[in-house]
Design a protein around this ligand. Structure first.
Ligand SMILES: NC(=O)c1ccc[n+]([C@@H]2O[C@H](COP(=O)([O-])OP(=O)(O)OC[C@H]3O[C@@H](n4cnc5c(N)ncnc54)[C@H](O)[C@@H]3O)[C@@H](O)[C@H]2O)c1
Ligand SMILES: [Zn+2]
Length: 628
């Protein structure tokens, strides 16, 4: 019996592997993983379990210099901590795309290949040349190999899907399958343009001592890399795992876990690899469970920025121990792509306690597909912007309510629930954020079931919210792109008073770590729109607590950089900011320090600094000031 089952499983696993790597997946990953788990139990030495990827049948196959392996995986945080064993490790999201290896010689891309079966890959150079994030040339002259993941983000998935339909090709079924589908094509190479590559591994005669240095080296060569977190020990693991859960639910590209690698390369050499995976890396994955259910109806919820988010009410099912009756459908793009409607039988997934989400359509109903043309809250006409439906009416009741609610949650007014707020809005007691501060005992007592005790508590909580730190205050305003960590970066970059925040410009914002041209422009525009609100709040008597900053020799010093340094300028700039210094882009009489490694260069900044008698230091001197 057991032998027969082993053979069955081996056959089935092989079948799914072949389809999966062609982008034609038949079953969800967690179901596939169950097959592997069962086989591992019955026959731990089965060769199919040691197989990486699937066999390459393409004519144009190439041998890898070094095998491209898979990853060891765990679903448990304590197993991860045991594996770390007190060693320092870095973590990055595990992108769910397609492995790719790039070979550069004399600074030129000479070969791009897939992982294939780990020993032989398929030559995909002609497609890689279309991908903007794969540089055709790099500074490094030595032969190097860069490994990473090719993937398709959400926005590009929908537009690629439209492109493919327009070309008469089959409509892709998922963000993941589209990559393998496009990469294995012999025609329409230009479709690859909408794919993205992120690098995470480096091979060749380049000396790096740590994983962090590796990432910096890859960035200096012009590659996009994944954001990483350095873990000194296992204490910081839970926070990273929680963030990854959020990203799985809301991020714009697919991840299926987190990859941990020991930071010190010494451990990489010492631990080595098995035939299947390196021992110095570990993937943490979320165990998913999926179920089929039926869409009863689709509701469109209006968010504080006017975006309509589709949520499906489904026939209740039990999933990972919870009863599920609502499923997020993400955005209009997804609903349109799959023509989701009442009666559709769909598969939903819930991984690691994240919000259940739509996976695929099992059977489409005969109902006609439609989507709202007017806002469900204010009935005004809505705009279709790429993959989103947006209500532009600033007086839309839903937008007003959601933005006040967002403020209440971020600023921390406890005891004021969404229901209570709705009541206050209905009674016209609160129509904008600053109205919260005009509430008094008399007005609160007019509300249903509110007695003196509760009213006193509410008023106390509202009063208390006037004493906050500047970062919390800014993050509560609902600035677009102004999440807490972004506001923190702004304040820590020296814009640490309301006056300074009000005098921000896109030019100043772009100097801050984490801001690019577009995000700086968006933040600035949205911040300017909040000026009336800021003034109203100032007039009700807000006072700001000091934010804690590190004290170093460069604290609050305005520092300008000229000429090339040993690392990418952005890296040095973020070191300055981390040490509470302020990075400026030009030299003026307000500048405190100019950093240059070439005192005799013809740089105009250097000349000006000399004329103004500004302190001029080398990069080495800067680093020693920062670390003192
Ligand atoms: N549904 C199916 O039919 C089916 C069939 C076969 C395999 N699968 C799924 O495929 C997975 C196993 O496949 P696998 O062996 O290709 O590998 P894997 O998904 O376990 O992980 C290895 C790959 O992760 C990639 N990766 C992404 N981000 C990374 C990062 N930051 N650092 C390092 N690597 C990163 C690398 O390209 C690497 O090759 C399982 O999850 C399994 O469920 C599903
Ligand atoms: Zn509206």
């Amino acid at each position: 019996m057991s032998n027969k089952r082993i053979q069955e499983l081996e056959k089935e696993i092989e079948h799914h592997k072949v389809l999966y790597y062609k982008g034609q997946t038949e079953i969800p990953d967690h179901e596939y993983d169950k097959l592997e788990d069962e086989l591992r139990e019955l026959s731990p030495d089965s060769p199919i379990l040691k197989m990486v990827g699937s066999v390459v049948t393409a004519e144009d196959k190439v041998k890898h210099d070094e095998k491209m392996l898979s990853l060891a995986k765990t679903y448990k945080e304590d197993e991860l901590a045991t594996w770390m064993d007190g060693r320092e490790a870095i973590s990055m999201y595990k992108i769910d795309g397609m492995s790719c290896s790039l070979i550069y010689e004399n600074g030129n891309l000479v070969l791009a290949k897939t992982r294939g079966d780990g020993t032989f890959g398929e030559n995909i150079t002609s497609k890689a040349l279309w991908i903007d994030t794969i540089p055709n040339t790099i500074k490094e002259e030595k032969r190097i190999e860069v490994r990473g993941e090719i993937y398709c983000d959400e926005e590009h998935f929908f537009s690629l899907s439209d492109d493919m339909v327009a070309l008469g090709l089959e409509k892709p079924t998922s963000q993941r399958n589209i990559v393998a589908g496009i990469i294995s094509r012999k025609d329409h190479l230009q479709l690859s343009k909408k794919l993205t590559f992120k690098a995470f591994e480096l091979l060749g005669d380049i000396s790096v001592q740590t994983e962090v240095e590796k990432v910096k080296y890859l960035e200096a060569q012009g590659f996009e890399t994944l954001e990483y977190t350095l873990h000194k020990d296992a204490k910081s693991l839970s926070k990273t795992i929680d963030e990854a859960k959020d990203f799985m639910a809301e991020g714009d590209y697919l991840i299926d876990g987190i990859v941990f690698s020991f930071n010190d390369q010494k451990w990489h050499r010492e631990l080595g690899e098995t035939a299947h995976h390196p021992r110095y890396k570990m993937a943490f994955k979320f165990q998913g469970e999926s179920r089929e259910t039926v869409i009863e109806n689709i509701l469109w919820q209006v968010s504080r920025n006017g975006i309509l988010t589709p949520v499906a009410n489904v026939k209740p099912v039990e999933l990972s121990g919870a009863k599920i009756s609502r499923v997020t459908l993400h955005n209009f793009g997804l609903v349109k792509q799959f023509e989701l409607k009442q009666g559709d039988r769909i598969e939903i997934i819930r991984s690691g306690e994240v919000i259940p989400k739509f996976l695929e359509v099992v059977e489409s109903s005969d109902e006609e597909f439609s989507y709202p043309k007017t806002c469900p809250s204010c009935d005004e006409e809505i705009e279709v912007v790429d993959i989103r439906l947006i209500c532009r009416n600033s007086e839309c009741p839903a937008i007003v309510k959601e933005s006040i609610l967002n403020y209440i949650q971020k600023i921390g007014i406890d005891d004021l629930s969404s229901k209570r707020l709705e009541e206050l809005i209905r009674a016209k007691l609160v129509l904008k954020i600053s109205d919260l501060y005009k509430l008094n005992m008399e007005s609160l007592l007019t509300l249903d079931k509110v007695k003196e005790k509760l009213a006193t508590k509410l008023l106390g909580a509202i009063e208390k919210s006037k004493t906050v730190d500047l970062v919390t205050f800014l993050s509560a305003l609902g600035i677009s792109g102004g999440a807490y960590n972004k506001c923190e970066k702004v304040v820590f970059a020296g814009h640490d008073s309301l006056e300074k925040v009000k005098s921000l410009t896109p030019d100043k914002l772009i100097l801050i770590d984490g801001f690019a041209k577009k995000s700086a422009d968006d933040f600035y525009l949205s911040l300017s729109e909040k000026f009336p609100l800021i003034e109203e709040l100032e007039s009700v008597g807000f006072s700001f607590e000091e934010v804690i900053k590190v004290e170093t020799k460069v604290s609050n010093k305005k520092i300008c950089i000229t000429g090339s340094l040993s690392e990418k300028r952005s890296v040095i700039e973020s070191k300055i900011r981390d040490a509470s210094g302020i990075v400026v882009s030009s030299v003026s009489k307000n500048t405190d320090i100019l950093v240059t490694n070439d005192q005799s260069s013809g740089s105009s900044k250097l000349k000006k600094a000399k004329d103004l008698g500004i302190l001029i230091i080398t990069e080495e001197e800067l680093i020693s000031m920062i670390s003192s």
